[in-house]
Design a protein around this ligand. Structure first.
Ligand code: G3P
Ligand code: CA
Length: 412
């Protein structure tokens, strides 16, 4: 489970701001006491889109699982439907995580904001992930708040305000009707509202100054900027792949917490503890919780590990062709991996065919694309790439029954 840590720079920081809404932002007000206090002396576990390593992201199933697994916070995304309802979904288009292409074949490109709530409610939001989850629906924000109750904290991302004009105001309006979510001290873990879009969190903060806000970013901002933010922002959420210990120290020195995304390997979790992170956003909250309590992160480990992911390079003509995962049997006995599968960070699934047994010390290469199978290679026959070749990715290795046996992450 090697992890390369090579923070890179140069990506654009965040989406453009919500220009369609006139904004008169009052002077920023100091944020309430940091809500992201570590639980029991170790970092808090944020379930990214729910427990999305083992259930379809941003569904009731993923949120219930995260609660059952003992996550401290749910991290999730909110957008606007065509009729102005607040809905819980990550992508600005529907096809990756719903059956929209089938249900509304003539509505390309299936933008979330082109569909009414009634239409969104007709979509299946679980079957794309696994047959076991057919019937999951896109939730409204009220359904989300009702489901969570006071069982867990909530870190709500205002997703893509540039294509959801007025989102910050709509969320603030809705929360005003849910006093139990915004009164200081009303919840065991206070609500945190974040965005990549600084103007959106300024707008939100101007509406509800008692609610904690966070700035999501690729890189930690420059120190002068951190000083500006520290008066009203409680935490910074940077990309773990680009985060350096000195960045963490700068944010803490400025008076804010550091809670990066998406931290999906035991090596990174250990790094995060050493670096002084106040929380980590992960698709695998139960494994993070295990590690933080001194247990095996993945109790079901079977001796087979993800040794390497050979991903495509930007510009490859057929990026799926050479892509493969190397599974290594590090145990002293043969392991039958028939039907095992890997999930990428965005929940894409790559499988192992029937009849594959890896001998002790041996390896199996599981290809994304087409090819001729033999005892040491299996091909998925796909014509789209799976593993992120520009930033990095992570992989959960699952037995056929879904149990996770290894977690692996890499940086490009
Ligand atoms: O909380 C930050 C993280 O969720 C941002 O990434 O794309 O998963 O919303 P994304
Ligand atoms: Ca998010």
């Amino acid at each position: 489970m090697s992890v390369s840590r090579s923070p890179r720079s140069g990506l654009a920081a965040g989406a453009p701001s919500d220009a369609a809404v006139p904004v008169v932002a009052p002077a920023p007000r100091a944020h309430p006491a940091s809500p992201v206090t570590p639980s029991g002396g170790h970092p808090t576990a944020y379930a990214h889109r729910g427990s999305s390593g083992t259930a379809p992201e941003n569904t009731a199933a993923a949120f219930e699982l995260a609660i059952a697994e003992g996550a401290d916070y749910i991290e999730t995304d909110v957008q606007l439907s065509a009729d102005g309802e607040l809905v819980v979904i990550h992508d600005v288009t529907l096809p990756r995580t719903t059956d929209a292409r089938m249900a509304f074949a003539d509505r390309a490109p299936w933008n979330v904001h082109d569909f009414t709530l009634a239409e969104l409610k007709r979509l299946d939001a679980g079957g794309w992930y696994d047959d076991d989850f057919v019937g999951q629906r896109i939730l409204t924000i009220d359904e989300l708040l009702d489901l969570l109750g006071d069982r867990i904290g909530l870190n709500l991302e205002l997703k893509s305000p540039a294509v959801n004009p007025g989102l910050a105001y709509a969320v603030a309006d809705r929360l005003r009707r849910r006093r139990d979510w915004i009164e200081p001290g009303a919840r065991p873990r206070p609500l945190i509202v974040g965005s990549f879009d600084e103007q959106a969190i300024r707008d939100f903060h101007a509406q509800l100054p008692d609610v904690a806000v966070s700035l999501i970013a690729y890189d930690v901002p420059a120190s002068g900027k951190l000083t500006d933010l520290a008066g009203w922002v409680c935490s910074v959420n940077p990309d773990i792949r680009r985060l350096r210990p000195e960045d963490v120290a700068r944010v803490i020195k400025a008076g804010m917490a550091v809670v990066p995304w998406t931290v999906d390997s035991p090596e990174w979790w250990r790094w995060g503890v050493d670096a002084g992170l106040e929380g980590m956003i992960t698709n695998y909250p139960y494994a993070l919780r295990n590690m933080l309590r001194g247990r095996d992160p993945v109790p079901g480990a079977a001796g087979v590990v993800v040794e390497d992911i050979v991903h495509h390079s930007p510009g490859d003509e057929s990026p799926w062709a050479g892509e493969h995962v190397v599974l290594r049997n590090a145990s002293g006995r043969p392991v039958d991996v028939s039907g095992w599968y890997l999930r990428s960070q965005s929940s894409d699934r790559i499988v192992v065919g029937d009849g594959y047994v890896i001998p002790p010390g041996g390896a199996l290469r599981v290809y994304t694309g087409p090819g001729t199978d033999d005892p040491t290679t299996y091909h998925n026959g796909r014509t789209t790439a799976v593993w992120n070749g520009t930033k990095g990715d992570s992989a959960g290795l699952h037995r056929a029954d879904g149990t996770i046996v290894d977690l692996y992450a890499y940086v490009v």
